[in-house]
Design a protein around this ligand. Structure first.
Ligand code: CMP
Length: 143
């Protein structure tokens, strides 16, 4: 069982797509284990995107992610990291597979609605950055 981190970015919140994104992940069969709605601080944004520090798009990325509230979530399921990335679609919306969120709702790479962890190790780091352990809820579906 894997856990992965998902962020609905400010454009997703502002365009009213939070419900759509949550619904697609629920319908896929993944399980929500943590969620919070917040305006990310500069420090949180810088830590989240530390890997992109120095890249030309970094200042714009930090401005964008701190420009409005985001929905931060942790989703659980078998192969959750890959499943979620497939549901989101490729980072570049013009390369996203038909039926994926970025294919269906995005056109720009810099306004691509969501962030999802790219590997298990990154997922662990991002979950620890955005959530404290007691904010993760373990629960089971009745059989
Ligand atoms: P995300 O999955 O959040 O990870 C880093 C983000 O940086 C990425 O989605 C894009 O929104 C953004 N990004 C990556 N490359 C570029 C680029 N070349 N120009 C603008 N934004 C980019």
């Amino acid at each position: 069982m894997e856990r992965t981190f998902v962020l609905v970015k400010p454009d997703g919140v502002q365009r009213g797509l939070m419900g759509e994104i949550v619904q697609r992940l629920e319908r896929r069969g993944l399980k929500l284990v943590a969620a919070k709605f917040l305006l990310p601080s500069l420090s949180l944004a810088e830590r989240h995107y530390a890997v992109h520090l120095g890249k030309p798009f970094y200042p714009g990325l930090i401005r964008y992610i701190t420009s409005g509230p985001v929905l931060a979530m942790v989703w659980e399921g078998p192969r959750a990291v890959d499943l979620v990335r497939q549901t989101m679609g490729a980072t570049r919306p013009w390369e996203a597979a038909p039926g994926s969120i970025r294919h269906d709702f995005a056109v720009e790479m810099s306004r691509n609605l969501t962030h999802a962890s790219d590997a298990l190790e990154t997922a662990e780091q991002e979950i620890a950055l955005w959530f404290s352990p007691d904010e993760l809820v373990s629960w089971e579906r009745p059989h």
